[in-house]
Design a protein around this ligand. Structure first.
Ligand code: FMN
Length: 192
């Protein structure tokens, strides 16, 4: 199982980092081949809506997203972990997501409009962390994840959503959540 972890927080060593570390550790222990992308390390532009990928499924821009596209293609499962910023993923993550427009066009060109409802490239998961207890805290990000994975031809499986984690490392006080993340990784690697 090829598993890609997308680290979405600008805060190194924060709650989403710690949770995704556990997911990746669980998956590795269960035999997965694991790779990572740290959005905070990427120097890249957002999608310019130039239409350059319309006929090719390839982005014409030349920046750090060039390292990410091959990993998106390589992965059979992806776990994207994000802190909630104003009810959405951080801007650094949204840049990457918007650049998946090239993947969407690739899917359209290879599968055709009649077959967009099937997902042949694997499964996508989300780990979301927020400070408040807002009932709808994860709704926008949940939808964004669904359509990000749709563009990658992956079926969205939901994931783990944790409220009331604010300070850096707060999740370390919650062994149950860390364990849950580890178990998710194991489950993904086992294809369950
Ligand atoms: C710019 C910014 C916006 C935020 N917006 C929200 C929000 O809308 N709702 C919420 O519950 N928490 C919000 N938070 C809090 C973070 O989601 C929370 O601290 C989270 O644990 C950070 O995860 P990290 O440690 O992985 O970076 C915000 C934090 C920042 C820095």
């Amino acid at each position: 199982m090829n598993l890609l972890g997308i680290y979405g927080s600008p805060r190194k060593g924060g709650n989403t980092d710690l949770l995704l570390d556990q997911v990746m550790a669980g998956a590795a222990a269960a035999g997965a081949d694991c790779r990572t992308v740290y959005c905070r390390r990427l120097q890249m532009s957002g999608c310019l809506a130039c239409g350059g990928c319309d006929d090719t499924g390839e982005c014409v821009l030349d920046d750090d997203m060039d390292q990410v596209y091959p990993l998106l293609r390589w992965a059979r499962a992806i776990v994207m972990a994000v802190p909630i910023y104003f009810y959405a993923p951080p801007g650094q993550v949204k840049l990457l997501i918007d650049r998946a427009q090239a993947c969407w066009n690739h899917k359209l060109l290879t599968k055709g409009r009649g077959h967009l409802g099937t997902y042949d490239s694997g499964q996508g998961y989300l780990v979301g962390v927020g400070a408040t207890k807002g009932q709808n805290l994860f709704e926008p990000t949940d939808l964004i994840a669904k359509y990000f994975y749709d563009a990658l031809d992956m079926s969205y499986q939901g994931g783990l959503f944790y409220r009331r984690l604010e300070d850096k490392g707060a999740v370390l006080q919650h062994q149950d959540k860390l364990q849950e993340a580890y178990e998710l990784g194991k489950r993904i690697a086992g294809g369950k």
